[in-house]
Design a protein. Structure first.
Length: 52
């Protein structure tokens, strides 16, 4: 997430091997997807509390 190449569509020069690609895929799947799940839950829960 601290890479300057993230979101630009350009591959990072130091991470081109198959192992790097697999680790990046697992990291995005396990940690970043969890953040979106938690954020959406808390966002929806705040609306529930707001209307009560």
């Amino acid at each position: 997430m601290a890479s300057a190449y993230r979101g630009t569509g350009v591959d990072e020069p130091g991470c081109g091997s198959a192992l790097d690609t697999d680790v990046r895929f697992l990291t995005e799947g396990l940690f970043e997807a969890e953040f979106y799940l938690l954020f959406s839950f808390l966002f929806g829960y705040s609306f529930t509390l707001r209307q009560a």
